[in-house]
Design a protein around this ligand. Structure first.
Ligand code: ZN
Length: 295
C-alpha cells in the first residue's frame, strides 16, 4: 500500500511527512527556512529562491523508492545506511531520524540542522551552477560540509587534524578519483574537501566561492581562481597547519620547518561561518560520473 503523507506548507517550503514523523516537521521546516536565508545571503541572490519540497520518509525502503521514482536518481546509495538525504533540483528526500541506522548518524537537533543545510547547499549550488554535472566532487561536498559546519563535528574534524599532524593529507589527485558515492576517493572528498573550500574562502573571499559556483561550467575551479592546480595544492598544504593551530585536537601547536607558520598567509576565523550543512544531486550518480569519465 502506498505510504500516506500529510503536507505542511509555509513560505515556499513544503514538508511532506507521515504521522509517525510529525515531531520532526517543525524542525525540518525551520532548519530549511534558516538554511535558505543563509544561502540567499551567502550567494547574494537578488531573487527569491524557488519553492523547495521536502519528503520526510519513514523508512529505508520508502527512501530508496523516492530517490528512484521522484528524484530520478539511479545512484549507488540505495540501502547504504550512511546516506540519509538526497536532493535533486528543488526536491529533497530525507530519511526520518527514527530510521537512521544506529551505527551511522546519531540524531541531535544540531546534527539534523547541519544535515539539512548541507543538502540545501547542494540545492542552491545546482540552481546557480551553469553545469552542475561538471563540478568536482571535492568542491561540491567540500562546500556542503564547510557551509553547514558539519566539519566541526568531532569525528570528521579529528580525522583531518590527525592527518595534518601525521602528514597524511589527501591529495587533489586522490580526491579527483571519486566517481561514485561508494568510492574510497569520495570519502576523501567529504573528509578533506571542506578544508580546500575553507582555504579558498579565506584566501580569495566569499565572493570567489560564489563565482566558482556560478562560473565554473567546465569543472576547472583553478581557471576561475586564476591559479594553477599545483599552486593551489601547494598553498593549501602550507595553510593547513594554521587550521590545525586554530582548532587543535591536541594540546601542542604544529611548528617546524615543514609546517612553518610564516608560510601561512591567512588565518583561520576563530568562529566557523554561520551555523549553516550534505549528499548529492544528479552529478554524483554513477551514471553521470561514468558519462563524465567516458567523455
Ligand atoms: Zn553532499
Amino acid at each position: 500500500m502506498a505510504t500516506a503523507y500529510r503536507s505542511f506548507a509555509l513560505d515556499s517550503l513544503t514538508v511532506e511527512y507521515t504521522d509517525r514523523d510529525s515531531e520532526f516537521v517543525e524542525a525540518t521546516h525551520q532548519d530549511l527556512a534558516e538554511s535558505a536565508r543563509f544561502l540567499t545571503d551567502f550567494f547574494e541572490l537578488k531573487e527569491a529562491f524557488p519553492p523547495i519540497r521536502t519528503i520526510l520518509v519513514p523508512d529505508r525502503v520508502e527512501f530508496d523508492r523516492c530517490v528512484k521514482e521522484i528524484l530520478k536518481i539511479g545512484i549507488d546509495v540505495l540501502s547504504n545506511p550512511w546516506i540519509v538525504a538526497a536532493p535533486q533540483r528543488t526536491d529533497l528526500v530525507v530519511l526520518s531520524p527514527l530510521a537512521w541506522d544506529p551505527g551511522t548518524w546519531r540524531y541531535s537537533p544540531k546534527t539534523y540542522g547541519r544535515l539539512l543545510l548541507h543538502e540545501a547547499t547542494h540545492i542552491f549550488e545546482e540552481y546557480l551552477s551553469p553545469n552542475i554535472e561538471a563540478a568536482p566532487m571535492w568542491w561540491s561536498e567540500g562546500l556542503g560540509v564547510y557551509l553547514s559546519n558539519q566539519w566541526t563535528e568531532d569525528k570528521d574534524k579529528l580525522r583531518v587534524m590527525e592527518g595534518i599532524q601525521n602528514k597524511t593529507i589527501a591529495t587533489l589527485a586522490d580526491m579527483e578519483a571519486a566517481r561514485k558515492l561508494s568510492d574510497a576517493a569520495t570519502k576523501l572528498c567529504f573528509v578533506w574537501g571542506w578544508t580546500l573550500v575553507m582555504f579558498i574562502d579565506q584566501r580569495y573571499g566569499k565572493r570567489m566561492t560564489g563565482r566558482i559556483v556560478r562560473e565554473c561550467a567546465d569543472g576547472d575551479v583553478f581557471r576561475v581562481l586564476q591559479t594553477s592546480r599545483e599552486s593551489l595544492e601547494k598553498e593549501w598544504k602550507e595553510w593547513l597547519p594554521s587550521l590545525y593551530n586554530a582548532f587543535p585536537p591536541f594540546p601542542r601547536p604544529i611548528r617546524g620547518q615543514f609546517w612553518s607558520a610564516s608560510a601561512c598567509r591567512c588565518t583561520v576565523a576563530a568562529q566557523p561561518p554561520g551555523d549553516v550543512r550534505r549528499r548529492r544531486t544528479s552529478r554524483c550518480t554513477p551514471e553521470n560520473r561514468q558519462r563524465r569519465s567516458e567523455s
